[in-house]
Design a protein. Structure first.
Length: 125
């Protein structure tokens, strides 16, 4: 672990893509991959377009799941069986709580920190 010093945005930008440890002036600690440093913000674990894609996927799934759920107030229609109906089945790979493929982030989600509140910044080796 090596300290990144001096704490200027130009110096810190050289370490983008590396794992860092951040200690804030109030004593809180954060660990993550340094994504960018500019405009008074230090960003950890950010991906270009990553949040927008996952938000639209979860919204689409929640709309579909709301349509499939039935309520107590709905009346049931009489079931009419015909000889020509098609039967569909699904076996083992069925997962009722499937939320789609999502990447694994061991450092946690995206985090934006105010650069003026950073006390120490360490490069994790």
């Amino acid at each position: 672990m090596e300290q990144i010093y001096p704490l200027h945005e130009e110096v810190v930008n050289r370490f983008c893509g590396y794992p860092v440890g951040v200690i804030m002036k109030d004593g809180t600690r954060h660990v993550g991959i340094l994504s960018s440093c500019g405009s008074g913000k230090l960003q950890l674990n950010a991906e270009a377009g990553g949040m927008e894609a996952s938000v639209t996927q979860s919204q689409a799934q929640s709309q579909v799941s709301k349509k499939k759920k039935g309520g107590k107030g709905k009346t049931e229609e009489a079931h009419q069986s015909s000889g020509k109906s098609k039967l569909q089945t699904q076996a083992y790979p069925y997962d009722p709580y499937y939320y789609g493929p999502q990447p694994y982030y061991p450092w946690g989600g995206a985090l934006s920190l105010d650069f003026a509140l950073v006390a120490f910044l360490f490069l994790l080796l």
